[in-house]
Design a protein around this ligand. Structure first.
Ligand SMILES: Cc1cc2nc3c(=O)[nH]c(=O)nc-3n(C[C@H](O)[C@H](O)[C@H](O)COP(=O)(O)OP(=O)(O)OC[C@H]3O[C@@H](n4cnc5c(N)ncnc54)[C@H](O)[C@@H]3O)c2cc1C
Length: 377
């Protein structure tokens, strides 16, 4: 099979690696490497599990972090210990590392922009070269050209806007919910700097407004991180509550993975896991059937219901008082801190969350009673 992959971010590189290993002739197009893609770079444990193994001489370039401070944004905070670390990466380093894995497996990287794709498997590059493939995969990010050739662009009401800066220095990992903003700010420590950012629904806030809020919070509470190495802003597309927003992601000779397929978590903006996972699901379908046509149904069954559940939960999750209650309960109860740790790691999803909380309820009630008695004692 001759496969064109447009975009060498995590989705494109992971697909190129798997398809090349399966014996396909893979050409991956991306003119931008090496580059720092706007991103916090937080890889949950479930995301880390999708990262391929590397050779001993080229270890994964990441900072590993084993706890996270969660803040309600209204004064309460709780430190959540993770039973195994999450990774925080610089996208310049991580994406280049993944692309090396794809090249090691035999994929060819062409540093060229694709400017046109057609339903018959042909494409044109910015240099005017025309090529024909058995299938073309759009792994070209939030403003995907391949998506626009086959589907409508992801609409603004399905996009998070995220913006911030990279600062010199160090920090613990912090996630702070922002009252009045259906989103949060983050401090993610990397190997040699800190990624600082804020995200919220594009339809509700202008980037300028969000950045002003972030700057004020950082100046007040984390003044050592006010220095700027470089600034960034970009959108994160996600599915709607309708399964059709996932079932539309392929045809006979084309498919969309990662941000091009709008496969990020609407609540958290987590996209790295879904970029890697969607690529792996598509690679399996290509290996088994020789065509991408079966990929959307497989994607829905594999990880899609989790994304749809997140879209359904969004308003409840960001309702006034929710974050405050969550942090207060976690302060009082190790059982709730355990559930939050599982959420941060990605071990616990939205599907099954209610059942998991019900299981934690007896311990939560016990912890709460003990916490109430403790000051009296
Ligand atoms: C500010 C911000 C913070 C985020 N933080 C996190 C986080 O902490 N954790 C997390 O899990 N997710 C995070 N995300 C989401 C995450 O960055 C994306 O979901 C992820 O990068 C998607 O990977 P991808 O491979 O699909 O696309 P991308 O990483 O966007 O890669 C697309 C590639 O396609 C190339 N390309 C584009 N057009 C063409 C073309 N015409 N021809 C050839 N190549 C092309 C680009 O150069 C690019 O290299 C964040 C997003 C933003 C905006």
């Amino acid at each position: 099979m001759k496969l064109a992959v447009v975009g060498a971010g995590p989705a494109g590189a992971r697909l190129a690696l798997d398809a090349a290993r399966d014996g396909a002739r893979v050409v991956v197009f991306d003119p931008a490497h090496p580059r720092e893609k706007p991103c916090g770079g937080g890889l949950t444990a479930k995301g880390l599990a999708e990262v391929p193994a590397g050779p001993a001489h080229d270890p994964l370039p990441a900072r590993f972090v084993a706890d996270c401070r969660l803040e309600s944004g209204e004064g309460e905070a709780v430190r959540v210990s993770l039973d195994r670390p999450v990774a925080i990466v610089s996208r310049r380093e991580f994406d280049a590392w993944l692309l090396r894995r794809a090249q090691d497996a035999g994929a060819e990287h062409r540093a060229e922009r694709v400017v046109e794709v057609d339903g018959d498997g042909s494409l044109r590059t910015a240099r005017g070269e025309r090529m024909r493939f058995d299938a073309i995969v759009g792994a070209d990010g939030a403003n995907s050209l391949v998506r626009r050739a086959f589907l409508a662009p992801t609409p603004p009401e399905r996009r998070f806007v995220a913006a911030g800066w990279y600062a010199p220095g160090d920090s613990e990992m912090v996630v702070r919910f922002l009252p009045g903003v259906a989103g949060y700010l983050w401090l993610f420590p990397r190997r040699d700097h800190v990624a600082i950012g804020v995200g919220a629904p594009l339809r509700r806030f202008a980037t300028r407004e969000l950045l002003a809020r972030l700057e004020a919070e950082v100046e007040r509470d984390f003044p050592r991180l006010a220095g700027v190495l470089s600034r960034y802003a970009h959108t994160i597309p996600s599915p709607s509550t309708d399964p059709a927003s996932i079932l539309e992601l392929a045809g006979v000779r084309w498919a969309l993975v990662g941000d091009a397929g709008a496969l990020a978590d609407p609540i958290t903006g987590e996209g790295l896991y879904y970029a890697l996972r969607s690529a792996r699901v598509l690679a399996d379908v290509l290996r088994e059937t020789g065509s991408p046509a079966g990929y959307p149904a497989r994607a829905l069954a594999d990880f899609g219901h989790e994304l749809l559940a997140s879209a359904r939960l969004f308003d409840r999750f960001y309702a006034p008082g929710y974050a405050r209650r969550m942090v207060r309960y976690a302060q009082r109860s190790p059982a709730i801190r355990e559930v939050l740790g599982e959420l941060v790691l990605g071990d616990q999803g939205y599907v099954g969350l209610r059942r998991r909380l019900l299981r934690a309820l007896p311990r939560f009630l016990w912890d709460s009673a003990v916490a109430r008695l403790r000051p009296a004692a």
